[in-house]
Design a protein around this ligand. Sequence first.
Ligand SMILES: C[S@@+](CC[C@H](N)C(=O)[O-])C[C@H]1O[C@@H](n2cnc3c(N)ncnc32)[C@H](O)[C@@H]1O
Length: 262
Amino acid sequence: MKISFITLFPEFIKSYIQTGLLGRAQLNNIFEFEVYNIRDNAEGNYKSVDDTVYGGGDGALIQYAPLKKTLDQIELASDSAVIYLSPQGRPLDSALINELKNKKHLVLVSGRYAGIDQRFITRHVHIEVSIGDYVLSGGELPSLVLVECLSRQCDGVLGNQKSSKEDSFVNNFLEAPQFTKPVEIDGMTVPQVLTSGDHKKIEVWKKNMSVLMTLSKREDLIASHDHINWPDVLSFYNSLSEEDKNLMQIHHLLEKIKKYSL
Ligand SMILES: C[S@@+](CC[C@H](N)C(=O)[O-])C[C@H]1O[C@@H](n2cnc3c(N)ncnc32)[C@H](O)[C@@H]1O
């Protein structure tokens, strides 16, 4: 997949994409990154790219012309998607990542100041994407958040693909709690099934714990699942020791599970 960044802070983007998973993905030819500086397409001695907002309002907007000239430098194909990172956009979630991961080319436009001229959005942007209901000072972090989420879902980026398939939100559930060595620390012991070596039991445990974690922390996600076998979840919950329920902070869930089991 080719990713073209349009930004006023190319160094910020370049330093991040060279490190960690994204750097490796680039070396392995899974991603091809290119970074375009909007200021390279500014005119005048001061290389200004912004101006005041018509009708008043604080701050300045990035103008249409330097954005358009920058976009014109990029080779677009029929399936290229031009994305403007914006607090007004579609919330970034797994469903959107799944749609985007099938594209061959993404152009990520980062705004700054008070944003960008609406006419660039109207004429050239296919999707506006938001990383949350808050306002940052620029689209650079959101564009990197998008690329990093995407990279975790692309084959060959993570060393062990299985680990991303169990991540929270991949199936609209949260991931089951995880533990590492030692088995016992500060009076807390790893649930016995996880050290049993019984893979079938471990699978069942993880699946049920994933439902319980979602019910506990993000009950809003439960509504999107109509195939949860609640009587099974109830008997799994009842089979847990009080120690395990306390360890995973799910001792309060009985009434909720009963409500869903009705
Ligand atoms: C200060 S913001 C402009 C916000 C704009 N005045 C508004 O209220 O919609 C500057 C830039 O940061 C980026 N940005 C800020 N918050 C964002 C968010 N939650 N998601 C995606 N991009 C964001 C956008 O690219 C935006 O053009």
